[in-house]
Ligand binder design. Sequence first.
Ligand SMILES: [Zn+2]
Length: 432
Amino acid sequence: MNDIDILKILAENLSNRKSNAILSNYEVLCNNIDYVNKTLKFSLLRLEQTQKSIADKMQDDTLVNIDFQDANNPLFYFRTIIPRILLNGSNVCNKLLLLTEADEKISKQENLYKCERSFSKYNDLVTGARQYIDSLVADVYQLVLLEPKSLNYHILVSLNSFNKYATKSLRQGLFNEPINDALTEFEKLNFDKWKNSPITKCAHDTFAKKVNYLFQELNITDTNNLKDEIKNLFKFSSEFAHIGFVSTFFTSTYDNEVILTSESGTLLYLPSTENFSELKYRILETAMNFYCIVYLPAIIDCCMKVFQKDTFKSIKEELIFQINDVKARVATRNSKYYFFILNGLIESKQVISLKCRCNAVRLWTPPHEAGNLFCLECGSVFNLIVIDKDGYIPTDEGPARPVGSSLPDVNELPIAEQEILFEQCNACKVKK
Ligand SMILES: [Zn+2]
């Protein structure tokens, strides 16, 4: 291909947008977005309490390590700066939470305009995600590094930019004489010395380098390619933050959209609403993984350096609890569950009731299409194992009663019979 061939392809294919593809179940998406958003919201409330307690403890000389007690040691000043960095993180998280709330449920056609998703909505969401990942990485980088010159660089660059355009009143609130002196000292440096001078240092000057450093320092086993996922979100959001060609092309259309109805018939939405929610959910998942796998562990790492053993132990226990709690909650979404079902039921005219682990009940109506074997509430997929004879089946998680069984629920059996069944389950585990 030559230059004209390429230009032809771009002109012909990127000037008229193709129709949207609907690839997910909108109702499930909304439920999952709501669930994950609230999980992160509750976790953040709890984290904010922990942060307050960390801030209080940092002011107590008897709780911090010896290097942090001595005003002649530069580490002493991190005791006032760390709580500020943590507070910054909460503000950034709260903003993302506002932008990733589930859609308002719309059932009347005249309200459909509320769920149309065009460029400005996309831009708000994606730039919010950009700010989240960008600022939190910068923040935890400082928390893990705890290095005076690097922190100086981080703050002085920010002050320098702010000072270039801030109005008189904004400047008034921030710049006193000592701050002006520090900034003047920084501005005396040649630009090429900013990253390595007697007062400043920046060893990892790009987003990607900071991410690599954090994964290495925190010993993160990256089983699910979170490192790439974070970097990809950063690149994807650059396109939106700088309003590149593709982002406006993708999100602006002159055509009217078709109106869609959810499976249960209660929700109305547009293709752009569904596409937007898909992206919102992906961002939420990345944000949540980053929170559990990088952000909270970085706070633990920082506290380990600052606090004495016993104080650190209690903070660590609390933060590990928060990490495991969020992980366990999120793991219940989009899972795969197995049900035993009696032979003949699938071919029958009966409505089959399948109770998901999230407690939602899926009513599987004849002709029992395999494509409908999922939970509308949490998106988990159901796999059926057909069995010929009615009876309790020993599994790793206890005795299971097949769907369509005429036997009572295990909990309703006499205790002695329940014990026998659980013993059978244990025996299976041992055999394995
Ligand atoms: Zn479910």
